[in-house]
Design a protein. Structure first.
Length: 354
């Protein structure tokens, strides 16, 4: 990382290891925001219908590339890394086909009903998905887990910790060589588990979970644009995530979980879960790392540890962040409606130089 002065940061071009791009008009509205900052992104498969086959992943990638071209993004400037949506019926043959495709880079576990468009997710991981898990372990392809149980008897703020005991530990015992990414961890429990786990385990951390605790959901009334799943947690958990992200451990890396929803679907009687951060993601991360006096750790977290875990080369280009005030817009266009970015109306101290 080059730091000629404390007003400029030049880092290896980062990647986003957890991104929702949606499809159609929605994707066309947001894809350039990610391409402006990141060289690659792991693209989530929870469309309607979900992306469950390699053929569907290839077709989705083609639609993303068309949207990038329409948005004026130069060829090769941004590479979507595709994923498959794991179901109870995903076959070993499909996993092998995905691994050989050069297009699919991971498989995503959504416990059924855990989050947006997860109804077709897994109901019994070790009971029904062993053929797929066997193939994943042999192929060296990562399994990306949404780490929450969906048992209605478990408090929403405890679902990540319970997931570790009920799912992660048995999974690791059964498949010790399986590469696993614990997506968007939100708790001290999650950070400590990933830090200490045996075998190839890593975690992504979002900007909202580094910057905010659950009080942000209720400041001045209900704040639907702060609502995501997994939900924001207590301050002790936020502090633990900051400590993990800035620790220099290669097990923790950037994944925005940027999840666009139309304003009307967020400000709704049953508002959608998800925070839109692709617009200003790197400025948000810079804020979090600076507040922790750890700007020198940002490059490795954002640009090195993710590709290293996935077995991909680090990017050769650079990204420049400058200390210039950035006023987050109140809303941005989103197809035929609008979208409210995280922390709309606030001002950040950093922004990406065009």
């Amino acid at each position: 990382m080059s730091t000629p002065n404390m007003n400029t940061l030049v880092i290896t071009r980062p990647d986003d290891w957890h991104l929702h791009l949606r499809d159609g008009e929605a994707m066309a509205a947001v894809v350039a925001d990610s391409a402006r900052q990141f060289a690659r992104a792991i693209v989530m498969p929870n469309l309607k219908p979900p992306v469950t086959t390699t053929a569907q992943a290839v077709a989705y990638r083609q639609r993303i590339e068309a949207a990038l071209k329409q948005a004026g993004v130069a060829d090769g400037a941004f590479t979507p890394l595709m994923t498959l949506y794991l179901t109870d019926n995903t076959s070993a043959d499909e996993i092998r086909l995905a691994a050989d495709s050069g297009v699919v880079h991971a498989v995503k576990l959504y416990p059924a009903g855990a989050t947006t468009n997860s109804d077709a997710g897994v109901t019994d991981l070790l009971g029904k998905c062993r053929p797929a898990l066997d193939a994943l372990e042999k192929c060296g392809m990562p399994l990306l887990v949404h780490g929450e149980v969906t048992d209605p008897q478990v408090d929403v703020f405890d679902r990540e910790a319970v997931f570790i005991d009920r799912v992660m530990r048995p999974l690791r015992q059964a498949y010790p060589a399986l590469k696993v990414v614990f997506e968007h961890i939100t708790t001290k429990d999650g950070a400590e588990y990933v830090r200490d786990a045996e075998g190839p385990v890593a975690a992504t951390i979002t900007p909202q979970h580094l910057l905010y605790n659950r009080n942000a959901l209720f400041q001045g009334g209900m704040r639907p644009h702060m609502y995501c799943l997994p939900v924001l947690k207590r301050e002790i958990h936020r502090q633990a995530l900051v400590a993990a992200a800035t620790s220099g451990s290669s097990r923790f890396f950037l994944g925005t979980d940027s999840a666009p929803h139309a304003r009307g679907l967020k400000e709704h009687a049953c508002g959608c879960a998800g925070c839109y951060t692709a617009l200003h993601a790197m400025a948000l991360y810079a804020k979090a790392f600076e507040e922790a006096n750890a700007l020198d750790k940002l490059e490795a977290f954002a640009s090195h540890y993710g590709p290293d875990f996935y077995g991909l080369p680090r990017n050769r280009g650079t990204l420049t962040l400058v200390r210039e005030s950035y006023a987050i817009p109140e809303e941005v266009p989103y197809g035929r409606t609008t979208l409210v970015p995280l922390a709309a109306g606030e001002t950040l101290a950093w922004q990406v130089r065009a």
